[in-house]
Design a protein around this ligand. Structure first.
Ligand code: ZN
Length: 83
């Protein structure tokens, strides 16, 4: 019968039990966009929670930035037309 050559260190043994308490996280789907998310948290994709917009998302900020850039460019064109 095979026998281990050396004693397993406490560290090696305890690494095996370290994963024992890890539980599988629950995943829900966003009511607005069907994006997978953690229950009872706002959707990071669309910014909605229970059908209400509660926060700005990265894409919202991107749209706002594009609008601001267009507004900045527009006045410059007007001044060039006047000259
Ligand atoms: Zn969503």
């Amino acid at each position: 019968m095979p026998v281990p050559k050396r004693k397993r260190s406490r560290a090696r043994r305890d690494k095996r039990f370290a994963n024992k308490g890890v539980k599988e996280t629950a995943i829900a789907l966003c009511q607005q966009c069907q994006h997978p998310l953690i229950p009872h948290q706002a959707c990071s994709d669309c910014g909605f929670y229970k059908g209400v917009k509660v926060m700005k998302t990265k894409s919202d900020r991107g749209l706002k930035r594009k609008k601001q850039q267009k507004e900045k460019k527009a006045p410059e064109q007007e001044t060039e037309d006047k000259k």
